[in-house]
Design a protein around this ligand. Structure first.
Ligand code: HEC
Length: 188
């Protein structure tokens, strides 16, 4: 019987289909995808705009098909990089993995109270959540198909993700390089 992490690896690169986007050495295709991530916080409105939206890649390219797409994040050391999603919508790794199982349902059921947020007087972090037309646009843009995984399978995927944590790298063992490609001096 394989270890939980190995079973999770097989799911990740198999039935769960995670590697459709989280591919390659760093578990990212470096591309942009819409997965109905709940939008919280101030968003990306410019100073002259009102609103709390963040249309993701579309704000850069102007292309309609890029609406609500965000770059696939690497999953190296992901156990150490909470909170999750471009806006930190999910406090726990399990919650963001579960979001992927049924993104549109998870968007609708999103609970802002679990988010780790600073206490800023007057912050209106829930504005998009309280905006049904915008929520509908985020849901409609999702390109992530639901996938049915048991609780045991989710636990195996979490064990695989934990295996992507590199304690030596986190401890900074590699240190400062002796030289860099530009040839500029490196302070030591
Ligand atoms: C359709 C492409 C796609 C697929 C398939 C996919 N993901 Fe993702 N994943 C993304 C994108 C895009 C984000 C970031 C979304 C955002 O920030 O709005 C993300 C975010 C994450 C995060 C949060 C990482 C962080 O640093 O915030 C985790 C963990 C994750 N995915 C794990 C998985 C797992 C496990 C699977 C398989 C069950 C999976 N993903 C399948 C595209 C995908």
């Amino acid at each position: 019987m394989p270890s939980a992490a190995e079973a999770g690896r097989q799911l990740f690169y198999g039935k769960a289909g995670c590697d459709a986007c989280h591919s390659g050495r760093f578990q990212t295709d470096q591309a942009f995808h819409a997965i109905a991530m709940p939008q919280i916080g101030p968003g990306k409105a410019a100073r002259f705009e009102s609103g709390f939206r963040d249309e993701g890649r579309q704000r850069v390219t102007g292309a309609a098909e890029d609406a609500y797409r965000f770059r696939t994040p690497s999953l190296r050391n992901v156990t150490e990089t909470a909170p999750y999603g471009h806006d930190g919508a999910y406090a726990s790794l399990e919650a963001v993995v579960r979001h992927h199982l049924d993104p549109v349902a998870a968007l609708g059921a999103y609970d802002l109270s679990q988010a780790r947020l600073p206490h800023l007087p007057g912050a209106r972090d829930h504005m998009v959540l309280a905006d049904p037309p915008e929520m509908a646009r985020i849901a409609a843009a999702s390109e992530l198909a639901p996938v049915a995984l048991s609780d045991a399978e989710v636990a195996q995927i979490l064990a695989f993700l934990a295996a992507l944590t590199d304690p030596a790298g986190l401890a900074g063992r590699l240190g400062v390089p002796g030289m860099v490609p530009s040839g500029l001096p490196v302070p030591r």
